[in-house]
Write a protein that binds this ligand. Structure first.
Ligand SMILES: [Zn+2]
Ligand SMILES: [Zn+2]
Length: 350
């Protein structure tokens, strides 16, 4: 991307590329904050601030972000952005067959905003999805029980539905699909009211607790969730974590092995009930593992290749899932998020 962008867009692009390069979050946040400041003050005030060299007097704008604003305002590509774009272009590209597979995807069915444990407002997530060429994005913030991830109560989810409806008016033809990443309780029931689950476009059901349970109990729990008529996608089925990860408030999670369950029983239930198996693209998850993914392919499952993004730059992680889909021979037509939105909603409303 070498065309000059308006200042706020240039700052957001910088944040996006920094995040992709896994730069520290405070550096990414500095550019997002500055973009929000530029949005707030409006073009005339921005113009005046630049003329009078008082830009950095504004709270949230420092020397680096200020320089990028001045250059973008002058119709140039900010130096900082140009350097990032150059480094970005040198990243190893996806193999041709993987890139081709990825190009069939129209959206993402598992994303989080700052309403639960994501780092960014819904709008920023949607704008990043649009920038990636997506047609839709299911917003799937956590359910009430997951208090560590600021899960949404029924009341907050109701409010979120109103916010999403408003954003959809503005962002058309892009579509934010309403949704939830719903905890699967120990007894296999879902952690939200039937009435709300019924109103949502996409329900991803995931196990987040008691991951070390015995295989028989875990299998029962997963079978109940997969067979629940509200469930559309079975999220990160084994729950494994390959590398440690940072969470909110400095919490750190250690790697953990796969949960034990009868994968044949669970995958055949997925086929029976038309529930898609998620191919989770997060680098620390890459779930299911290849041997289970191959098994799901053999059983004839449908799939959703999702990023589980908690920040806008992470929406770009679908290549990870596509690599694994290609490796295990997933048919792109069996990937629900390669379907046009109407077809997708026909399936989720089944
Ligand atoms: Zn999850
Ligand atoms: Zn998630």
């Amino acid at each position: 991307m070498t065309t000059p962008l308006p200042p706020a867009a240039a700052l957001r692009r910088i944040a996006f590329l920094l995040e992709r390069a896994r730069e520290p979050t405070h550096r990414v946040a500095a550019f997002r904050t500055a973009a929000a400041v530029v949005d707030t003050i409006g073009p005339e005030e921005l113009d005046r601030r630049i003329r009078t060299r008082t830009l950095t007097d504004l709270r949230g704008i420092g020397p680096k972000t200020g320089a990028a604003i001045v250059q973008a305002h002058a119709g140039e590509v900010p130096e900082y952005l140009a350097r990032l774009e150059e480094a970005h272009a040198e990243l190893v590209p996806l193999a041709d067959d993987v890139a081709e597979f990825r190009a069939t995807l129209r959206g993402d069915l598992h994303t989080h905003s700052d309403w639960s444990d994501g780092g960014s407002p819904i709008r920023e997530m949607a704008e990043a999805a649009i920038a990636l060429g997506h047609e839709y994005m299911a917003l799937t913030d956590h359910s009430p029980r997951l208090t560590v991830a600021n899960g949404l109560s029924a009341e907050r989810l109701e409010r979120q539905l109103e916010v999403v409806a408003g954003l959809n008016e503005e962002l058309r033809p892009f579509r934010i699909l309403t949704g939830i990443e719903c905890d699967i309780h120990l007894d296999g029931s879902l952690d939200q009211t039937d009435e709300l689950l019924d109103r949502l476009d996409v329900v991803v059901a995931s196990v987040h607790s008691d991951l070390r349970a015995e295989s028989a109990a875990m299998t029962e729990r997963m079978l109940a969730a997969v067979g629940n008529p509200h469930t559309d996608v079975l999220g990160h089925c084994t729950g494994r974590l390959l590398i440690p990860r940072e969470q909110r408030e400095g919490r750190r999670q250690r790697p953990r092995p796969e949960s034990a369950f009868d994968a044949e029983a669970v995958f055949s239930a997925c086929v029976e009930h038309g529930t898609a198996v998620e191919i989770n693209s997060r680098p620390e998850r890459l779930d299911p593992p290849l041997r289970l993914l191959a098994l799901a392919v053999e059983f004839g499952c449908t799939f959703a290749i999702d990023t589980d993004a908690h920040a806008p730059g992470q929406l770009d992680w679908q290549g990870n899932g596509c690599e694994r889909a290609v490796e295990t021979g997933v048919d792109p037509d069996r990937v629900v998020n390669s379907w046009p939105v109407d077809e997708l909603l026909g399936w989720t409303g089944r």
